[in-house]
Each structure stands twice: as C-alpha cells, then as structure tokens.
Design a protein around this ligand. Structure first.
Ligand SMILES: Cc1cc2nc3c(=O)[nH]c(=O)nc-3n(C[C@H](O)[C@H](O)[C@H](O)COP(=O)(O)OP(=O)(O)OC[C@H]3O[C@@H](n4cnc5c(N)ncnc54)[C@H](O)[C@@H]3O)c2cc1C
Length: 459
C-alpha cells in the first residue's frame, strides 16, 4: 500500500499542536495535523471557531482567546485532517488513522505527539452510577453542544477545572448546589513552601480567586477539606455524602460532577516503548524527553500536556520548541538559528511553569480518592474492583501487565486509559513499593478502537 509522504505529522490539534504546525509551516516544512475532533482547538479551545457569541461569553475570555491560535493555524499552509482517530504511530514514524470508516496512513520524516491530557480517575464508591460524570466531560458537552444539566449539580474534588466549570455553569444559568472541595489545611501548608512560584504566577491565582469570589457572591456553598466522599444511589446518583469540618454531610443531587486534576495522555509514548519516569509532584508517569521534547527515538517528539501538565500557554510554547527542533532536523533551519529563536520561547515557558509546583502541592489529590476501598470498581470496562486487584497481588501479580492476565483489568475498549494510574497505585500500595517500580500497562496498538473489517481494508 502506498502511503502519503510528509515532512512533519502532528497528532493533536490543541494549543501545542496548532502552535507547532503554524511555526513549522512558516519555515517551509510540509505539515499535516491530525485530530479526532472535527475542528482544531483541543480541550481548552474545543469548537472555539464555531462558538456563537453567547457561548463565548459563558465560557469566558480564556476560551475566546483560542480563536487567535486557530486563525493563525488555519491561515498557515499546514493541512488539517479532522475527525481522524490516530490508532498507531510506529517507531518508523508511520501514522495510521481512521477517518469516516476508512483506514489511512502517512509516512512522516518527523512526528510531534501533542495528544494532551486526560482527567485523573476518581474511583470512589458510586462513581460509576448514572448521573455521575467527570467535570471535563460535562464541560465538553457545554463547549460542543451548549448542553447543560437541567437540574442542580454538585461539583466535588479539587483543581482549577472544578472551579472553572462551576463559574461557567453559574454564567450559563445552571444552579450549582455546592462545591465540595477536598483541599485541606495540610495542602495549603505544603503549597506555602512554593510561595515564590505563586507570586510569579499571580495572574493564574488571581483568576482562580476571582471565580471563587463570583461563586460565593452567587450564594454557592463551599465545603472545605472534604473526605470520605461517596455517591449514594441504587440505579442512579441521588446524593453525595462526605465529611467536612468534622461533620457528616449529605447533599441531594442527581448530577454529581467529579474532578481531581488532569494527567498526561501517554498512550502513544508507552506504545512506542519510550522511556518514562514517575513524577511524584504530579502523581503520574511522564515521557522522558530532551529540551526540544524529543523522545529517545529518532524523529519523535512530545509537546504540551502529554509531556507533563503545564497548561495551554506552556503547551503552545512547547509546541513551538518542538517545531524548531523538527525543522532543524529536516534541514530547514540551521542549528544556530534554531537556538537563537528558542531563547525567548524558553524564557517565556519557564515563566509560565513557575506556578506549577505551588498548584501541584495545593491540589494534590488525596490518597483515599486515588487508592480506593476493596468494593470500588477500578477497571470499569472489565468490572474489576480494587479488592480483586489486591487478591491478585496476594497471588503474585506484581504490576499492571500481570493484572491483565489475572483478571482482564485494562483490556476493555478504553485500553487502560481510564484505569491505568489507579491500577498502578493500588498495586504499589498493596506491595508497599513505589509506582515507578510497579510500572504501567504495556500499551499496544490500536490506541483507538478499530474493527477487523476496517483493518482488513487497509491491508
Ligand atoms: C476534559 C478537559 C477539559 C479541559 N478544559 C480546560 C479549560 O477549559 N481551560 C483550561 O485552561 N484548561 C483546560 N484543560 C487543560 C487543557 O487541556 C490543557 O492545559 C491544554 O489544552 C493542553 O494543550 P495540548 O495542546 O497539550 O492538548 P489538548 O488541548 O488536550 O489537545 C490534544 C488533542 O489531541 C487529540 N487527540 C488525542 N488523542 C488522539 C488520537 N489518538 N487521535 C487523534 N487525536 C487525538 C485530542 O482530540 C485533542 O484535540 C482541560 C483538560 C481536559 C482533559
């Protein structure tokens, strides 16, 4: 089969991918950007170019700001392939994707993976009941279809996206019954050790405080230091139970939105067998790269949140740095010119990342919400509980890969995207070793579901 040839393929059309494509194209590189979404924008700027004024107003200025990035990308010579689910990127830089039921492939000389982040799993009792969603999923419905809950919601967990969605819902007229925050005094004390970064990143903190003040003014109750979270219900969510300020609380709601931060989407880097390390500050695995985002595999780079959570502005800067690295490797930019152009980008990136240690310490998700009790489902696809996983450890299961053979954990349609980190942490806790020692699933293609018929048509 003949595959299209291209200088640079970029997987993911968020800030990292769009910024990388725009810069590389301006240097004369032939660029193709693929994304499973139909329009460019990624998570933060999802659907921004098509958003009507009312939705732009509800979602706020940080969302609307994405239009400039999308416009610049669309004006560039980079080619956008939307609605393309990339299911395999090989070490030889063949990019395989599925579009409109057709399997297609590209041969690229360089590849930048910009596949962003996923929400961290939030395995608590009742988290699989109908009516429980992640805050990110609820926000996707708002951004793409203006879909809003028709009844009051409870938001629970920690991290900037939790408060952002509360604020956006308030502006959209969705009643927020409560914000149940797991952040406690110990988190605030730990964060104080990074106060220098907080001062440097005061703009981020000011935005967060403004949102919280607006929610308070609107009369939304805040519960602090919440522990023992449980969603109550038999066939659907009815209420959220928890303990706050030493008192048991129960808030009735049929819509419970959970969130405790985001983690890098490392499916491609694991499937490429690239080296990873455990980042204890962000409680996740990150791929090991050099300063350009290059992996230990020729011609393959990672930029944006897929390399460690840094936010949209940092993602765009990392995208540009990887584009300079790739353009230089392609012979379109002398080394000295690459380095000269990189200098201001690196300074700006360092400034954006200065606030991260403060945010990571403040919003460190609680162990009880990451390493659940025995009866809580860990792998939703194959219905494996934490207790079953612990039994497997007693029988000699040492890590996530063995967990697959012991009980099919991680072998369902999500291919471990939803349960991977929980499985690592439950096994590490049961064995009393570090997550680094336990490791992660051995990820294999297809990264996205594809039928045998579709595959056979490509062959
Ligand atoms: C659900 C969610 C909502 C968020 N909302 C906000 C927000 O409102 N405000 C904010 O400041 N931050 C938000 N964030 C964080 C924000 O996404 C990042 O900081 C920033 O967008 C990272 O940019 P990126 O370019 O690295 O990746 P992203 O913007 O995440 O873009 C990654 C892109 O890769 C594509 N992709 C992934 N896998 C494949 C595949 N196999 N095939 C094809 N395409 C693929 C995705 O469709 C996506 O468009 C959100 C994160 C998540 C997970």
């Amino acid at each position: 089969m003949n595959s299209e040839q291209v200088d640079l393929a970029i997987v993911g059309g968020g800030p990292a991918g769009m910024a990388a494509a725009t810069l590389a194209a301006s240097l004369g590189v032939s660029v193709v950007l693929l994304d499973e979404q139909t329009a460019p924008g990624g998570q933060i700027y999802r659907n921004v170019a098509a958003a009507p004024p009312g939705r732009l107003d509800v979602l706020g200025p940080d969302y609307a700001a994405g239009r400039a990035l999308v416009d610049a990308f669309q004006r560039s010579t980079a080619r956008h392939i939307g609605a393309a689910a990339v299911w395999h990127v090989s070490a030889e830089r063949m990019v395989h994707y599925l579009q409109d039921g057709q399997v297609k492939s590209l041969q690229a000389r360089q590849v930048i993976l910009c596949t962003g982040a996923l929400e961290r799993p939030f395995p608590i009792p009742g988290w699989t009941l109908p009516g429980v969603l992640s805050a990110g999923a609820a926000q996707i419905l708002l951004k793409t279809a203006d879909a809003r809950p028709s009844e009051p919601v409870v938001l629970a967990g920690c991290g900037p996206l939790l408060y952002l969605l509360g604020w956006q819902y308030m502006r959209a007229g969705v009643p927020v019954r409560a914000i149940v925050d797991t952040t406690d005094a110990a988190d605030r004390r730990r964060a104080l050790a990074h106060v220098g970064g907080a001062i440097a990143g005061w703009r981020y903190l000011e935005k967060g405080l403004t949102m919280m003040r607006a929610l308070r003014r609107a009369g939304v109750p805040f519960y602090r230091g919440a522990s023992g979270l449980e969603v109550e219900g038999d066939d659907a969510a009815h209420a959220l139970r928890f303990v706050s300020a030493g008192r048991a609380q129960r808030i009735e709601s049929r819509v419970v939105l959970l969130h405790q931060g985001i983690v890098p989407n490392t499916q491609f880097t694991w499937s490429l067998r690239a080296a990873h390390r455990w980042d204890d500050a962000q409680l996740c695995f990150v791929p090991i790269t050099d300063d350009w985002g290059a992996l230990d595999l020729p011609g393959l780079y990672v930029a944006g949140d897929g390399r460690g959570i840094g936010g949209a502005l940092a993602a765009a800067l990392q995208g540009q740095l990887s584009a300079l690295g790739a353009a230089c490797a392609l012979g379109r930019l002398p080394v000295a010119e690459r380095d000269r152009r990189a200098l201001p980008l690196r300074a700006e990136l360092a400034a954006h990342l200065r606030v991260r240690p403060f945010l990571d310490a403040l919003y460190r998700p609680k162990a009880q919400n990451r390493v659940p009790a025995d009866d809580v489902l860990v792998c939703r696809c194959e219905e494996v509980t934490a207790g079953t996983l612990r039994e497997h450890v007693k029988l000699g299961c040492t890590g996530p890969n063995q967990a697959k053979s012991f009980g099919r954990c991680g072998m369902g349609p999500c291919q471990g995207r939803l349960c991977g980190l929980t499985v690592t942490e439950v096994i590490a806790d049961a064995r009393q070793v570090s997550p680094e020692e336990v490791g992660y699933y051995r990820i294999r293609p297809p990264i996205k579901p594809i039928t045998l018929g579709e595959l056979a048509r490509e062959a």
